[in-house]
Design a protein around this ligand. Structure first.
Ligand SMILES: [Zn+2]
Length: 147
């Protein structure tokens, strides 16, 4: 019973490793002579490998943004969106905050959108459209040529 549990965790970790978007870039940075996808070769110069961690060079301010995997990105989004100082910011504002905190991953804007759409508080207390549900009706002025 215990061995089955360990085996399942091992398989999950292996799948997570295979699905990790950082792995091809790290492999290419560690050994540039490996045969990898052309797209990886083009994006790899924007990344740096330091102490086994992958960092992306920010285009705007030159900061090094720590690259996160799927699990870490979900934890960070939760902290930024509805953590201690989270103000339930959405989309581009949330992405801007994540970059200010020094994090990056592929598809960050889409993940921010998905996270906001899945937030129950945002759906419950978000902006409500206050347009009446009935059709608009014409008003006839009682005296036509005045203001
Ligand atoms: Zn929210």
């Amino acid at each position: 019973m215990r061995n089955e549990h360990l085996e399942v965790n091992y398989i999950d970790l292996e799948e997570a490793y295979l699905d990790d978007w950082r792995v091809p870039i790290i492999k290419f940075l560690m050994n540039p002579s490996t045969n990898v996808n052309k797209k990886i070769q083009l994006v790899a110069p924007h990344y740096i490998l330091m102490d086994g961690e992958l960092y992306k060079k920010s285009k705007e301010d030159g900061l090094l943004l720590r690259c996160l995997d799927k699990l870490e990105s979900i934890q960070v989004m939760g902290e930024v969106h509805n953590g201690l100082c989270g103000a339930h910011q959405a989309e581009t504002k949330m992405r801007w905050l994540l970059k200010r905190y020094g994090y990056h991953w592929r598809g960050i804007l889409k993940d921010c959108n998905d996270f906001t759409k899945s937030c129950q508080a945002c759906q419950k207390y978000g902006p409500i459209q206050r347009v009446p549900t009935i059709n608009m009706q014409l008003m006839v002025k009682s005296w036509p040529f005045r203001g």
